[in-house]
Ligand binder design. Structure first.
Ligand SMILES: [Zn+2]
Length: 161
């Protein structure tokens, strides 16, 4: 499966670009897509740099296999994914290691990578800074009986604890 994100309609809205990039990468991970094509638009070198910077982020980089740049044709960027064969055939469920929550402050998507496997019913929490508004979020992750992860974000400010 291949996915495509065209940034033309939202090129002037950096927040929508951020959301769009977050969404398409998460969708690719959850659907086990082999490739995401990102189209920043012809002549928009700055936007292309924004996309490449996004893909370099420490929480995004582990999610994909490699980036391929198409400099000849409209500056398209291809993000290639590779999933372990032993993860195949699980109904397209997202790997247990990735959760997405909405920032408690600005509702922007925050992607969190879980480095541990949770037992059913187990709860863990992690701290993450929102990329959009900078607020510290406390992400609470619960493993449901189905094996899927449910995550919520709370204020991570010290004063609120
Ligand atoms: Zn935020």
């Amino acid at each position: 499966m291949k996915l495509k994100l065209d940034l033309h309609p939202i090129f002037s809205d950096s927040r929508k670009i951020e959301q769009g990039l977050n969404d398409i990468i998460l969708e690719a991970v959850s659907k086990r897509a082999s490739e995401v094509e990102i189209i920043p638009g012809k002549g928009s070198g700055a936007l292309k740099k924004t996309v490449l910077r996004f893909l370099e982020r420490p929480e995004i980089k582990p999610l994909y296999h490699r980036v391929e740049k198409d400099d000849e044709n409209f500056g398209r960027i291809f993000v290639h994914f590779r999933f372990h064969p032993d993860q195949a055939g699980q109904g397209g469920a997202a790997p247990k290691s990735t959760v997405s929550v909405s920032c408690f402050c600005c509702q922007a998507d925050i992607i969190h990578i879980l480095n541990e496997e949770l037992m059913a019913g187990e709860i863990t929490s992690a701290n993450a800074e929102c990329r959009s508004c900078g607020s510290p979020n406390k992400i609470v992750i619960r493993s449901q009986r189905s094996g899927k992860l449910a995550a919520t974000a709370e204020s991570g400010y010290e004063a609120d604890r």
